[in-house]
Design a binder for this molecule. Structure first.
Ligand SMILES: Cc1cc2nc3c(=O)[nH]c(=O)nc-3n(C[C@H](O)[C@H](O)[C@H](O)COP(=O)(O)O)c2cc1C
Length: 205
């Protein structure tokens, strides 16, 4: 069993990374393998709405970069955590580009994977950014792990988030619940529910 954790910050060892590390350690304690993927220092191309990914059998994005690379790893995993730094009360611009392209091209294969978002923030805008991440998960049919608070951790200088003790407890709780859900799903014999094929009505028509 494996969980992929995406660090949506350009800082490879900044606060988002430390938040993910706390969660990965909790999952490792449950015997679940983890891998932290970095979005890196290069700018992430946004979605241009060309629908190449929808028209090609491969389902890959026309821009063959880390988004396609990470998509393959996430498809193969049992769970995925998306971490983002807060920039202007939302997720960082490159993380928005990353999420748009990743979910538009690959999320059909994310349904019923266990997931959680987490955001690192100095002071304000955490919950709005956490909500922003959750919107990708619900439309993709993913199973969002619960916690004891919203997954927001506070800090500015690298590693400062580890001083936010309540934030750390919140992340340990969501990671523990993720591990539990993954193990439950691995063992269940309950059949998947039958759901209707979604009709695309463009609001009223
Ligand atoms: C461009 C930019 C915008 C930011 N906007 C906010 C903000 O709206 N609210 C806030 O509390 N902190 C804001 N911050 C601070 C970061 O959220 C904070 O330092 C966070 O811990 C960075 O995570 P990282 O080390 O993983 O990059 C901003 C930082 C940058 C660089």
């Amino acid at each position: 069993m494996k969980v992929i954790a995406v660090n949506g910050s350009h800082n490879p060892d900044g606060n988002t990374y430390h938040a993910l590390k706390v969660m990965c350690e909790e999952l490792n304690a449950q015997g679940i393998e983890t891998e932290i993927l970095q979005i890196g220092m290069d700018a992430v191309q946004g979605c241009i709405g060309c629908c190449h990914c929808r028209n090609e059998v491969s389902g890959l994005c026309v821009f063959d970069d880390i988004v396609n690379e990470h998509a393959e790893k996430i498809k193969a995993a049992d769970g995925v955590i998306f971490g983002a730094p807060v920039h202007y009360a939302g997720v960082s611009g490159d993380m928005k580009s990353y999420m748009d392209r990743l979910f538009y091209s690959a999320s059909k294969q994310f349904a019923r994977k266990v997931t959680a978002g987490v955001v690192a923030v100095r002071r304000s805008g955490g919950v709005a950014s956490f909500d922003q991440l959750n919107r990708y998960f619900s439309i993709a049919g993913m199973i969002v792990a619960p916690s004891c608070y919203w997954n927001v951790i506070h800090g500015d200088a690298k590693g400062e988030v580890l001083q936010d003790l309540e934030g750390v407890d919140t992340l340990k709780t969501v990671a523990a619940n993720m591990g539990w859900l993954i193990r439950v799903l691995a063992e269940t014999k309950v059949e998947l529910p039958k759901v209707p094929a979604r009709r695309k009505t463009n609001f009223i028509r």
